[in-house]
Write a protein that binds this ligand. Structure first.
Ligand SMILES: [Zn+2]
Ligand SMILES: [Zn+2]
Length: 258
């Protein structure tokens, strides 16, 4: 999985996907493609060197959320195998969750993460998830802010375990549910993290996903809400406009600032 070849690509020339530096590409990428942060490069501004997939993965594992989700995944997997009792619904539940996942992602992103704080007299209705997501928009390159905040993640895990144990007609099916959600959760964290690194897309499928989320951050925060897929829930729910005719939003880095 580690592809350490130097990046020579500079395909990321579409408008709006990035910070100016994302487009300048790889003038000197042949050395030190592991370098994470930018170097200065004269009048053209900053050049960011590409990062390898292996280096990105090592940094990913230095943060708590992959371990928290991974631990639940392992426990759910072992428990699922031990319980046995495989039935047709153990295939149906993952298929339904998988099909619904882009919409789930979209709804959480729009309603929870982009929640506009409400003031009821002295009380402010806001959440850690919304606060940290606003901070993530302010500085998309701040690495800890890319991840689901640990406190909110812990609460989510407790809720999902409770659902797995209480809301299903049999334990095996609840564990199938928990296993599916944790696999998707880990994929979500990895994809979102990778999009915000300097790893340059090498394949069309990943490039499309990468561009979609870059547009959300650097072009217009009112569109492109899915993270792990593109052209799914955004198309279905009307938030996948043509980037070329979409205005660049002045509040993409400062949500709700108007
Ligand atoms: Zn992001
Ligand atoms: Zn957002």
């Amino acid at each position: 999985m580690t592809t350490d070849r130097p990046t020579t690509s500079s395909h990321e020339t579409t408008t709006g996907t990035g910070e100016k530096a994302e487009r300048t590409g790889s003038a000197s990428a042949e050395h030190s493609h592991r370098t994470k942060r930018s170097e200065s490069a004269g009048s053209s501004g900053r050049i960011r060197r590409s990062v390898s997939l292996g280096a990105a993965a090592r940094e990913f594992l230095r943060h708590p959320s992959p371990w928290m989700i991974g631990a639940v995944l392992i426990v759910a997997l072992v428990a699922r195998v031990l319980v046995g009792d495989w039935q047709l619904t153990d295939a149906l539940v993952p298929i339904v969750i998988l099909a619904a996942f882009p919409v789930i992602e979209w709804v959480i992103h729009v309603t929870v993460l982009h929640w506009r704080p409400k003031h009821l007299g002295p009380i402010t209705l806001d959440s850690e998830l919304a606060r940290k997501h606003r901070a993530h928009h302010t500085d998309p390159r701040d690495v800890p802010l890319i991840f689901i905040p640990p406190k909110s993640l812990l609460l989510t895990i407790v809720a999902l375990v409770a659902i797995a144990l209480l809301a299903f007609p049999r334990l095996g099916l609840g564990l199938t549910f928990l296993l599916t959600i944790t696999v998707l959760g880990l994929l979500y964290e990895w994809t979102h993290y990778l999009i915000h690194t300097d790893y340059k897309p090498k394949h069309a499928a990943y490039r499309a996903i990468w561009r979609n989320h870059r547009h959300h951050h650097y072009k217009n925060e009112h569109y492109w809400f899915t993270v792990t897929t593109t052209g799914t829930a955004d198309r279905l729910l009307g938030t996948a406009p043509d980037p070329a005719t979409t205005p660049t939003s002045p509040t993409a880095r400062n949500l709700h600032a108007h």
